[in-house]
Ligand binder design. Sequence first.
Ligand SMILES: Cc1ncc(COP(=O)(O)O)c(C=O)c1O
Length: 374
Amino acid sequence: MQVYLDYAASTPLKKEVLDEMLPYMTQTFGNASSIHAFGRNMHKGLDQSRRNLAKLIGASYDEFYFTGGGTESDNWALKGIAESYSDKGKHIIISEFEHPAVLNAAKALEKKGYEVTYIKPDSQGHIKPEDVKKAIKKDTILVSIMFVNNEIGTIQDVKTIGSICRENDVIFHTDAVQAFGYLDIDVKEMNIDMMSLSAHKIYGPIGIGGLYIRKGIKIKPIIDGGAQERKRRAGTSNVSGAVGFSKAASIRYDDLENITFELKKKRDYLYEGLKDLDIRLNGSENRHPGSLNILFNHVKGDTLLMNLDLAGIAVSSGSACSSGSVNPSHVLLSIGLSTQEAKASLRMTVGDSTSYEELDYVIEKMTEIITRLR
Ligand SMILES: Cc1ncc(COP(=O)(O)O)c(C=O)c1O
């Protein structure tokens, strides 16, 4: 049996999504910027997708920009704002457990003379809004705190953090790559100024994402070229990707309560099945519905991962972007785990198509492997 429990790394494309995308690659193909009928058709698909995605997050149509994915959105948010507001200040606040897309964009800015404050999450994996408040200085231009952590799934109080930023006239960006399609999001109500999204975490295509930019915010492009995306993000529009992204998002938000209920049920079933194996949950109850990060006492995570792989079970140690590295997860270290504990932890994420039969197999195999390894 082959079991995929790594839906936080990426999800399979849904058939309904592919069906919606295909005509834009085979029938109404062309360049959305062309003025002929082919181009206009493509532009219409792009337009409708933008409208739909903007509506789903409570934004207006002209506040939603397509990008090449979550990584690009995060880089654009940080680097674009840093460049545009450098006359106001050069201080940026992020959290210690951001995705590498934010973390390394901030590091690149440090090299250019910006100052970055890294907020530490508590042991449950939550950023305290008052810590953000304390870190804001006169020259702070941007706060970037992720909505849902990609390794432990914990949900951050973005609404309060956003309101603190508003009161202090600081731009608030959130990386919502793991939140979109799993939680209700309203950017206006949640005081979010900028938000990064990605399609492949919600059963859409890889290589397309979005950045919500509140009207009135100045931001320099990081990709120069043509006049696409209101002259802010150059490059021939990925229309089939946008259409797929939009369809994938609609599928989720049309039935969000049910989808998240089923995910939670499966995730908790797996946890219950493993509970007696001397394990500890990393993170808290307030987390992504499909996410489970577990510390397996007295086992090496990478050995466990490899043994699971041999049994056909795909899980992850840390995020997909940093797996393969021998370093312990920066997320788990940030919430206070020791190096050894971090290395003995695994992330398992269930998805829409995970079956109980698969979970029973995982529980059986894990019990067998862990008992043997110990
Ligand atoms: C929280 C978070 N931010 C950003 C990204 C990067 O998104 P993408 O894979 O679309 O570049 C990911 C994906 O792993 C993520 O989980």
